[in-house]
Design a binder for this molecule. Structure first.
Ligand SMILES: [Zn+2]
Length: 248
């Protein structure tokens, strides 16, 4: 299974505003819509973090590279990518007349964090620090974006470090949260003729029987993955458990 950990950075929309406070900006005051500045991505299990940007590749080659990676991926891992990174990239693709990349699954760790835990903040930086996974690369805020867009090479290198740092954090968070992901695409489907049961979340084969689980009118064997800690159950119900006296 090809799992792509990905994070993008974008340039802001530019608009004329009459005031700084509590603005609702009509479309005719928009000077220039935002665009993708750069992205960093890593194939899970690889050491190399890829980086492509408008200043290293040019906008078109960067977008083509992102498309090729998404097209190759079976699954993306991102942080709020369902709402941000993926639709942003899709917009870039359609703007240059590209067709959609092949279908892929998505694991949005932001949604996992929101659904399964109650942290004081759901921001990647905060959650990663709470879990002892490190923190985001520090930078000087909006000034960095101004300098990156203005062509300051030193700042572009900082942006690259920042973007790659996010992918590194994302990868660590994915490993940490793996057993907490309920609807993870089933990795067993990517193993040809598995000789042993395969963990849905991590693809590991060290599974321990863990009682049975009752669902609706049937019982299933329950397992715990010793590799990642995920709770699993057999797909086929335990034979002989059909009980005609159970009503639905
Ligand atoms: Zn597992």
């Amino acid at each position: 299974m090809k799992i792509l950990e990905i994070d993008i950075e974008t340039a802001p929309n530019v608009a004329y505003v009459w005031s700084l406070f509590d603005q609702n900006v009509p479309i005719d005051r928009l000077v220039a819509p935002g665009y993708t500045l750069c992205f960093a991505a890593r194939w899970q299990g690889s050491r190399e973090i890829m980086f492509h940007s408008v200043w290293t590749d040019g906008p078109e080659a960067m977008i083509a590279k992102a498309w090729a990676l998404l097209n190759e991926a079976d699954m993306l891992v991102h942080y709020n990518g369902k709402k941000f990174d993926v639709p942003t990239l899709n917009r870039e693709f359609v703007l240059v007349g590209m067709v959609p990349p092949s279908n892929y699954h998505e694991v949005d760790l932001y949604q996992v964090v929101r659904r399964r835990f109650r942290f004081a903040s759901n921001k990647l930086d905060f959650v990663a620090q709470q879990l002892g996974l490190g923190s985001k690369v520090r930078h000087k805020g909006m000034q960095l974006w101004r300098e990156v867009m203005g062509g300051v090479e030193k700042s572009q290198r900082v942006m690259e470090r920042y973007n790659k740092g996010d992918v590194r954090l994302l990868a660590r968070l994915y490993t940490k949260l793996l057993p907490w992901i309920n609807n993870h695409p089933n990795r067993g489907l990517w193993v040809d003729n598995p000789s042993k049961p395969v963990c849905r979340n991590c693809g590991g084969t060290h599974l321990k029987k863990n009682g049975s689980e009752k669902r609706f009118t049937l019982s299933y064997n329950r397992f715990k993955c010793l590799d990642c800690g995920a709770n699993l159950r057999s797909r086929i119900s335990i034979k002989g458990q059909r009980n005609a006296n159970i009503m639905v």
